[in-house]
Write a protein that binds this ligand. Structure first.
Ligand SMILES: Cc1cc2nc3c(=O)[nH]c(=O)nc-3n(C[C@H](O)[C@H](O)[C@H](O)COP(=O)(O)O)c2cc1C
Length: 160
């Protein structure tokens, strides 16, 4: 049996097309994946969380962070990273890219030799790094049955 880690970044507050949310779209997808694979969840959160909770200011903030190619410090450690042989890595599409804290995560851990499946939520552009799986954020948020079905199909194709 392979040991699975589901690491993800996701943002609550006001998001595109879904109003103000208390659980992020990607977080919902990540939880479904963890439930169906028996994986452990790790949320990629920044230490100094200055992300605005309103949409347009967030979009501007993220633009600057991307322009700076920032590596915001993230909270906590996956101390047992060596035990995982399969990693699901999830994030929203931010400016046709991954949020910068996901780069911090990737800089921090050596995932070579592990099987990595990346997934992304978005609102129309689709994925950003040849993701294995993409989904509209509002579907994860508002139609969990459909989200579960699509994710199950994907996981089945991977052998879960
Ligand atoms: C800063 C920012 C930039 C975004 N850029 C894009 C984009 O380029 N293309 C797209 O389809 N959606 C974009 N979106 C929409 C998000 O990808 C989408 O709402 C996603 O599901 C949010 O996931 P989360 O709730 O897990 O953070 C953007 C959202 C934000 C906040």
């Amino acid at each position: 049996m392979s040991k699975v880690l589901v690491a993800y970044f996701s943002k609550t507050g006001e998001q595109y097309g879904v109003g103000t949310i208390t659980k992020g779209n990607t977080a919902i997808a990540a939880e479904i994946i963890a439930e169906k694979t028996g994986g452990d969840l790790f949320e990629i959160k920044v230490v100094n969380d200055n992300y605005p909770d309103t949409y347009n200011p967030l979009v501007q903030y993220a633009k600057v962070e991307k322009q700076k190619n920032a590596r915001p410090e993230i909270v906590g450690e996956v101390s047992n990273i060596g035990e995982y042989d399969t990693i699901f890595l999830g994030y929203p599409n931010w400016w046709a890219d991954m949020p910068m804290p996901v780069y911090t995560f990737l800089d921090k851990y050596d995932l070579s030799g592990k099987t990595v499946h990346n997934f992304c939520t978005h609102e129309g552009s689709g994925g950003v790094h040849r993701e294995d799986f993409t989904m509209y954020g509002h579907i994860a948020q508002n139609d969990r049955e459909q989200a579960k079905e699509k994710i199950s199909e994907w996981l089945k194709s991977l052998g879960f």
